[in-house]
Design a protein around this ligand. Structure first.
Ligand SMILES: *Cc1c(COP(=O)(O)O)cnc(C)c1O
Length: 415
């Protein structure tokens, strides 16, 4: 029988323990058991984000302009601070969104509108050319907007193959994309080459910095050398960057930016033909969590550039210790040295999925990739305390796989 809303309500004292039982079913992410989904920097940033979120728990960012001006000012502050991270020219503009998928959708829409404006008569059967490692959000956008997505195999070093991408461009291509970094391999694509290709071919280049956007600038500031990926490269027309990943802000919070305000305006929805009059939003969503805006503002101010920089340094050092520990295990091999804090490793003469199965039975959620077959982790600081236990279990899982005591047959690469 289908559940119905209970006839009589229940007070919080009885609800809270029930919620705790639901929460107990979650993977123990706080102790580093999940390689994705959750990001934690410091305990204080977590508390500040949570408190700020709940101060604006009921406010609706949709009404920022008319009813919640303080919220609107915080959103504008967050956007300006973010723009200054990405070498954005004075005319640049953007907005917050509910996540990377929405940010990418909006950039694709804006790029398509620009193409249509420049090439009247070419409204349909358009396509975009992206590396095979690009996030599925491009395909989600493509399916919704009836755009073909051409995924181009990456180079042997797992970065975007710009020459091969150039070969897939035709007169109906309106967008090129690269990732900084891509989710599966954690590598920054050669955005400088993509930028040059975009300029030569008159195409829009979108940089998907969803996962790396709010950590890469601080990694660089901490003294690591990283390839350029932002508006400093002239072909980059838009950038997506998630606050709720390595910006360490509460979900749902992302950003999307455009080099030119005119491009930004192409993503805006502006509508008047219904009884309630003009309805305009730049993003897909209508109602939006005010809490997410306030929390991003508070976390930026709480951590400050110095705080982000210290976290970036800790993350990079921790990632190095993980990589060293993995490489010290006979049979395992990094598929690439990570640019940031996403790693992927495999086992050339073992079934890495069998190793992953061994990790699963030892209480870890294994992240898997299918091409190449690898184990994947997106590191945040919760993974430091888990490192010794993880590496110990990994060694045991490799031995079990080698001895034929574990099978990877039931394991599948899923996000
Ligand atoms: C997470 C991610 C996205 C999508 O972001 P959501 O917030 O999950 O919608 C897009 N691109 C990359 C590279 C990502 O890592």
């Amino acid at each position: 029988m289908r559940k119905t809303i209970p006839e009589n309500g229940t007070g919080w004292p009885e609800l809270e323990p029930q919620l705790e039982r639901f929460a107990a079913e979650s993977i123990d992410w706080r102790h580093g058991r999940s390689p994705l989904f959750v990001f934690l920097a410091t305990e204080s940033a977590y508390e500040v984000g949570k408190n700020a979120f709940f101060k604006f728990f009921s406010e609706n960012a949709l009404g920022g302009k008319r009813a919640f001006q303080g919220l609107k000012r915080m959103e504008d502050d967050v956007l300006e601070m973010a723009l200054s991270l990405f070498s954005a020219p004075p005319d640049a503009a953007g907005n917050m969104s509910t996540g990377g998928s929405e940010s990418i959708f909006l950039a694709v829409k804006a790029a398509r509108e620009r193409f249509r404006a420049l090439k009247p008569g070419m409204r349909h059967d358009l396509n975009m050319v992206v590396p095979h490692s690009a996030h599925p959000a491009f395909d989600k956008a493509g399916q919704a907007m009836d755009i073909e997505v051409r995924r181009v195999p990456v180079r042997a070093d797992l970065r975007a193959d710009v020459k091969a991408m150039a070969d897939r461009i035709d007169e109906r291509t309106f967008l090129l994309a690269g990732s900084a970094p891509c989710f599966p391999h954690g590598l920054i694509d050669p955005i400088d080459e993509l930028s040059a290709l975009a300029i030569d071919s008159g195409l829009w280049l979108h940089v998907d910095a969803c996962v790396g956007g709010y950590v890469a600038p601080f990694v660089r500031r901490a003294g690591y050398s990283l390839p350029e990926f932002d508006f400093a490269l002239p072909g980059v027309r838009s950038i997506s960057a998630d606050l709720h990943k390595f910006g360490f802000c509460p979900k749902p919070a992302s950003t999307v930016f455009y080099r030119e305000r005119e491009d930004y305006e192409r993503q805006i929805f502006d509508f008047d033909d219904w009884p309630s009059g003009r309805f305009t939003t730049p993003m897909l969503s209508g109602t939006r969590a005010g809490g997410a805006v306030a929390a991003a503002w508070a976390v930026f101010h709480h951590l400050g550039a110095e705080g982000y920089c210290a976290i970036a340094r800790d993350l990079m050092e921790m990632t190095r210790r993980y990589v060293d520990g993995i490489e010290a295990i006979e049979g395992l091999q990094m598929w690439a040295q990570p640019d940031l804090t996403l790693i992927n490793f495999g086992a050339p003469d073992l079934d890495i999925f069998a190793v992953a199965e061994g990790m699963r039975t030892r209480g870890w959620l294994p992240g898997l990739t299918q091409r190449p077959r690898g184990m994947h982790m997106m590191m945040s600081l919760v993974h430091e305390e888990a490192r010794e236990a993880y590496l110990g279990d990994l060694r045991a899982a490799v031995e079990a796989a080698r001895a034929g005591r574990a099978s990877g047959a039931a394991m599948k690469a899923t996000y």
